[in-house]
Design a protein. Structure first.
Length: 223
């Protein structure tokens, strides 16, 4: 809900809707007095994911294992064959260094020519609107990075730190195959505290859903 008459750090209606349009998906906007209320969010990609096996410890479906890539060097991961992807989601380790604060995510259809599909820059996080767990949000932390790809064909994925020598981690590279039905129905109890959420996520892994991984890293980084 946005109320332009009340000063806040939130964007105005035009800026928010421009960011939503760039992120993709659908929503409904309604006016209620001085407020604009947004409902019925539908992400542009499904929750269904597969771990990218070529990523080793970051592609084994277990967010408790992770890679610690060389800080300033690109990390490349190849798919077994060119595949139409709706999105890719990067997940940081549950402790220590997170994803790079300054980075480009690049994809290639042929494994040779790469194109940047997402850019993150230090101190620019408050302007980066993305779909997380089925909802649009400004991704301020560097624990998770979902990137919509709109069904483009991908043969390889490359993470490129930009003017950065900071250490970073990578627990999972998750690919969202195109053509799957969108399903973001919630399954985790809304009244659980951090400890109970962590126990529930550890007890009932849902390795085929992006929101299990993103919630797992969230609760484990907030011990």
């Amino acid at each position: 809900m946005l109320v332009p008459a009340i000063p806040s750090d939130l964007p105005d209606v035009a800026a928010f809707e421009q960011a939503l349009g760039a992120a993709g998906g659908t929503w409904r906007a309604e006016t209620a007095g001085a407020a604009t209320v947004y409902t019925r969010f539908e992400p542009p990609f499904t929750s269904a994911v597969e771990s990218l096996r070529s990523a080793g410890a970051a592609g084994d479906g277990d967010p408790a294992t992770h890679l610690d890539p060389e800080p300033a060097r690109p990390a490349r991961f190849d798919l077994a064959a060119p595949t139409a992807l709706a999105a890719v989601t990067l997940v940081a380790a549950g402790h220590g260094a997170a994803l790079p604060r300054s980075m480009d995510l690049e994809v290639s259809a042929d494994g040779t020519t790469f194109e940047a599909v997402a850019s993150r820059r230090r101190r620019g996080e408050r302007g980066d609107l993305r779909w997380v767990n089925g909802h649009p949000q400004f991704v301020i932390d560097n624990d998770v990075l979902p990137v919509s790809l709109g069904g483009r064909t991908v043969r390889a994925i490359r993470i490129v730190p930009v003017e950065s020598t900071d250490e970073w981690s990578l627990a999972e590279v998750l690919i969202h195959p195109a053509g799957r039905p969108a399903n973001w129905a919630d399954w985790l109890g809304p009244d659980l505290d951090w400890s109970a959420r962590r126990d529930a996520l550890d007890a009932s892994p849902r390795r085929d859903r992006a929101d299990w991984y993103t919630r797992w890293v969230l609760v484990h980084r907030r011990r």
